[in-house]
Design a protein around this ligand. Structure first.
Ligand SMILES: [Zn+2]
Length: 293
């Protein structure tokens, strides 16, 4: 049986090449339940989610890794966040109708790829921004890894309404010259993987089909889940940063301040009393220019 919502790492015993296979099942379906994405956008969002899990597992970080594709086309934004613990969330912004066969470059047009590592706990975030290069999510990320991280990485992705999946191969840094052949052979074999194999077969079966002539070491697989980091406390902090006057002007219109989390649809409501309380507990951050009554 296919192992669902899991990341399988593997390693070539005789070459400095590592690999991973990701399967997102419930993790992906939860994202689709939250918003009705047009089919073309759904495909690239699923692929970006699979890719984020694959790449995050190759990087050493604490907190969260956030990948954003910011576009100037009908799709304005794709965001995937993946925690070091493989807890993930994703969402996208778009405008108007999208034709079903649009690829990434048609969906987002000229754009940027932004990679952020947020260690949380008040530590400094690291961010890297590059022009979007490539017609697919896999190409964009391969180019990013080559240019910004100087690591040869190949990625194959697939996504449909039931799942998102991917295969990653990465040449380990400082691998000897002799490994060039082994790397090329691994990539050549990896490139034969089909979308329906990625989506439908267990990770071990895919690895066996592709690399049965190689000596492969399999590691234990890791679970992946959907999880949102939003909370009433975070919304409160955001409102506090807007300042007393701004928060009260928001209140004036309806008597309530309402905020929806774009990742999980959690609905947050603050009334006038709540709004007062935001500032009552933090006198220090109220800008001095705001008079209070
Ligand atoms: Zn949320």
């Amino acid at each position: 049986m296919k192992q669902t919502d899991s990341l399988q790492r593997f390693m070539f015993e005789r070459a400095a090449v590592r690999g991973e296979i990701i399967h997102l099942d419930v993790t992906w379906k939860v994202v689709l339940e939250r918003r009705d994405y047009p089919p073309a956008l759904r495909v690239v969002l699923g692929e970006l989610m699979a890719a984020a899990a694959l790449l995050s597992a190759t990087m050493k970080f604490t907190g969260s890794l956030i990948m954003q594709i910011q576009g100037g086309g009908p799709v304005k934004l794709l965001v995937v966040e993946c925690g070091a613990d493989l807890i993930m969330r994703a969402m996208a912004h778009w405008e108007g109708d999208l034709a079903e066969n649009m690829d990434l470059s048609e969906l987002v047009g000229e754009g940027r790829f932004v990679m952020t590592i947020d260690p949380k706990k008040g530590k400094k975030t690291y961010q890297s921004i590059v022009d979007l290069e490539g017609d697919s999510v896999a190409e964009v990320l391969e180019n990013y890894m080559r240019r910004s991280e100087q690591i040869d990485t190949r990625i194959w992705l697939a996504s449909d309404i039931n799942g998102a999946a991917g295969l990653l191969l990465q040449k380990l840094p400082d691998s000897p010259e002799a490994d060039e052949d082994a790397w090329n052979r691994a990539v050549h074999l990896g490139a034969t993987v089909k979308a329906q194999e990625l989506l439908g077969l267990p990770a071990r079966e895919i690895i066996h089909r592709l690399f049965h002539e190689e000596d492969i070491r399999l590691f234990d697989s890791s679970p992946v889940t959907f999880g949102c980091t939003c909370s009433r406390e975070r919304v409160t902090n955001t409102l506090r940063m807007l300042g007393y006057a701004e928060v009260h002007s928001l209140l004036d219109e309806t008597g309530y301040i309402e905020a929806d989390c774009e990742f999980c649809n959690q609905h947050y409501v603050f009334d006038a009393v709540d709004a007062e309380q935001i500032f009552a507990s933090s006198e220090a951050v109220v800008p001095a220019s705001n008079t209070r009554h």
